[in-house]
Ligand binder design. Structure first.
Ligand SMILES: NC(=O)c1ccc[n+]([C@@H]2O[C@H](COP(=O)([O-])OP(=O)(O)OC[C@H]3O[C@@H](n4cnc5c(N)ncnc54)[C@H](OP(=O)(O)O)[C@@H]3O)[C@@H](O)[C@H]2O)c1
Length: 358
């Protein structure tokens, strides 16, 4: 039997559009393998929102249900650089994501809006509204997790909804699930990670093929894996944010971003990289969580790793993580992530895992 679940989307950019494409491409697979069918009843971008017929109005007709939005129509609009607010009949110009969520009946929100570390908008108010309404939330957006993880986790616990955010920490690389789910029962002793794709691309391309810093950054941006604001990547904010989310989720250690020591890659020169290479080392922007008694030291900074270290071997398109544990040994994972598709895939896996096994 197929379970049909209504979902709402916020953010229809690199990640959001790919999630829509996956919902279309994998529709039969989702039904056959997992018994799941997802119906998108609302979607928001910077233009406003689109709300499916039958949503947001007093119930009309006996038991009539919304049919959901036409996903191909949304993709066509986005491909021609139009906002969802322009969709005939369904578009609502200027409607905020929060207002949209207050009008629809949906089981889950997928937040794929821009990471905003100042006040979290539009993701944070949308996530809060979704939890208040008893919806599960899947996030690729890191902002709400950085600004309000303990509060959101508590609100979700009270409303008996779930927060899933494996896409927020290194996209498709299993970082959150490894630490939270797969190491259940173990004591995590240390986490090492190369969690920012853009800086790894820049450092590795400079070291291995002599590419200039500016060219490497431009290429990462062109592929859609870099943050729109490059400072977030090259000054280490994105990596620090990911480490902080892992601290919350996997270490149950709740601190703020100020408590993550952060040094970016802007001070790393071609000379540094060449010298490291000549000495059998590779410079990576290393995220580290180290135990200090009952506390953790969290840091992000360039580190020269011996070439035998698994993270030193990552190619320009990879990210990786190592968990050191007491009874599960050392687990290393790496991913080849050349575009935002694995992040969209991570949103999909979180969504499936909310409902399957039913
Ligand atoms: N790209 C990756 O590989 C990757 C990996 C991991 C995590 N993430 C995270 O995933 C999120 C999405 O990334 P992305 O690359 O898809 O970003 P993006 O291409 O910039 O897309 C952002 C989307 O959010 C929409 N938006 C902007 N302001 C809005 C508002 N006020 N209300 C509703 N929607 C609004 C934009 O609307 P318009 O379409 O109208 O501009 C756009 O559709 C970010 O938080 C990012 O940090 C991305």
């Amino acid at each position: 039997m197929t379970q049909t679940i209504s979902i709402a989307l916020v953010g229809l950019g690199n990640v959001g559009r790919r999630v829509i494409q996956l919902l279309l491409d994998k529709e039969a697979d989702l039904r056959e393998r997992y018994g799941l069918s997802f119906r998108v009843v609302a979607a928001a971008d910077s233009s406003g929102a689109a709300v499916a017929a039958g949503e947001g109005a007093p119930k009309f007709g006996m038991g009539r249900k919304s049919e959901g939005l036409d996903l191909r129509e949304i993709l066509r609009a986005k491909e021609s650089r139009q906002g969802v607010a322009t969709l005939p009949r369904r578009g609502r110009a200027g409607m905020s994501a929060r207002e949209m969520l207050e009008r629809v009946e949906a089981g889950a929100l997928l937040d794929m809006s821009p990471t905003n570390l100042a006040d979290g908008a539009p993701g944070l108010p949308a996530v809060e509204a979704a939890i208040e309404r008893g919806m599960h939330v899947v996030l690729a957006n890191k902002g709400p997790l950085v600004l309000a993880y303990p509060k959101l986790a508590e609100a979700a616990r009270k409303r008996q909804t779930r927060l899933a955010f494996s896409a927020a920490v290194a996209g498709g690389l299993p970082t959150v699930n490894l630490g939270r789910r797969d190491l259940a029962g173990s004591r995590i002793e240390r986490i090492e990670g190369v969690l920012n794709g853009t800086t790894n691309f820049i450092l590795t391309s400079m070291a291995e093929s002599g590419m200039s810093y500016a060219d490497a950054l431009a290429e990462a941006q062109a592929r859609g894996v870099a943050e729109v604001n490059p400072a977030l990547d090259v000054e280490g904010y994105d990596a620090a944010v990911k480490l902080l989310i892992l601290a919350h989720a996997a270490l149950d250690y709740h601190v703020t971003l100020d408590e993550v020591e952060r040094v970016g890659i802007t001070g790393v020169t071609m000379d540094d990289l060449t010298r490291a290479r000549a000495g059998g080392k590779a410079i990576k922007l290393l995220c580290l969580a180290e135990r200090e008694g009952e506390r953790w030291r969290l840091s992000v900074k360039p580190a020269a790793l011996p070439l035998a270290h698994p993270l030193a071997q990552l190619n320009p398109h990879q990210m990786g993580i190592i968990y050191h544990s007491d009874i599960n040994g050392i687990i290393t994972a790496a991913i080849q992530e050349e575009n935002p598709m694995p992040t969209a895939a991570a949103v999909l896996r979180d969504l499936i895992n909310l409902y399957w096994p039913a």
